[in-house]
Design a binder for this molecule. Structure first.
Ligand code: NAI
Length: 270
């Protein structure tokens, strides 16, 4: 370990169980010397094992529905009290599509489902930054990261309306990131992660095919949740102070591939 986050204080959204990317980020942030608050939707707390993570990382849990401005305000105020000061890093690791959950095809979306999924997966990032910005809750040279997927740029048919939510999320990172940088010297980025076997990931139809295709296309293979956590830690550290407004691919090279030998082999069999 490198003590990369020594003395830094943070808020980590979205650790549901030990497979969650946020869970790995919390473990790695703890190892790197950070103190943080864990948060998740109240309903997820009843299902999840977050208490175990809190005990392990010596952190407190504050429930918050990330679509509720009241919950987010309470979260940010309480976090500053608990941590004894302003925040240095925030991880937004939240995604959910009601259309996916209910098995609605993209061409037959139910629009109140669309709106709910968009609010949870994308607008919640705007709301979180709204509270942090207006309460002046971030320290200078702080870092805010959200997790996204390449379906924001390219077509992956089964990703459904999450593709649109991720495009919106990435745009919010740039738009809000401008004001956060200009006014508070805080950076805002998204990490575009490989398919990863988590609860949210496995909700995508045909996930097994999806993940093995990406594995075969990527020169370095798919990035794991732990590797994503390592990358996230680097973005929270002081080693990346001038990186902002970026969508950063963390995918073993997948996003720049056309075709790989391993995939070609399957189409050239006699
Ligand atoms: P996960 O299922 O472990 O995490 C999703 C989290 O969102 C859960 O903790 C859930 O409780 C939380 N959440 C849902 N509604 C919420 C609400 N209203 N308020 C607060 N929290 C809420 O799955 P994973 O994969 O760790 O997801 C984390 C992020 O990574 C998501 O943004 C996801 O889209 C993104 N991502 C995942 C990939 C994958 O293949 N698993 C690939 C690329 C990005």
């Amino acid at each position: 370990m490198y003590n990369l986050l020594k003395g830094k204080k943070g808020i980590i959204f979205g650790a549901l169980d030990e497979n969650s990317i946020a869970w790995k980020v919390a473990e790695r942030a703890h190892e790197e010397g950070a103190e943080f608050v864990l948060t998740n939707a109240p309903i997820a707390m009843r299902m999840g094992q977050i208490k175990e993570l809190a005990a392990k990382t010596n952190s407190e849990i504050i429930p918050a529905d990330a679509t509720s401005m009241d919950d987010l305000t309470n979260l940010v105020e309480k976090s500053m009290e608990i941590l004894g000061g302003k925040i240095d890093f925030v991880l937004h690791s939240i995604g959910m599509s009601v259309n996916v959950r209910k098995g609605r095809h993209y061409t037959d979306s139910k629009y109140d489902f669309t709106t709910k999924g968009w609010d949870v997966s994308a607008v919640s990032f705007h709301k979180t930054m709204n509270v942090l910005y207006n309460k002046q809750a971030m320290n200078e040279w702080g870092s805010i990261v959200a997790l996204t997927y390449m379906a924001a740029q390219r077509v992956f048919p089964d990703y459904n309306d999450m593709a649109d939510n991720k495009a919106y999320l990435e745009s919010i990172a740039r738009s809000f990131g401008y004001f956060f940088g200009r006014d508070h010297k805080v950076r805002v980025n998204t990490i575009s992660q490989s398919p990863t076997p988590t609860t949210a990931g496995q909700g995508v139809k045909g996930f097994d095919g999806f993940i093995s295709y990406a594995e075969k296309m990527s020169p370095l293979g798919n990035a794991t949740a732990l590797e994503c956590a390592d990358y996230t830690i680097s973005l929270f550290s002081d080693l990346t102070k001038k990186v902002t407004l970026q969508n950063l691919f963390h995918d073993g090279g997948f996003s720049n591939m056309g075709v790989s030998d391993a995939v070609m082999e399957r189409f050239t069999e006699e």
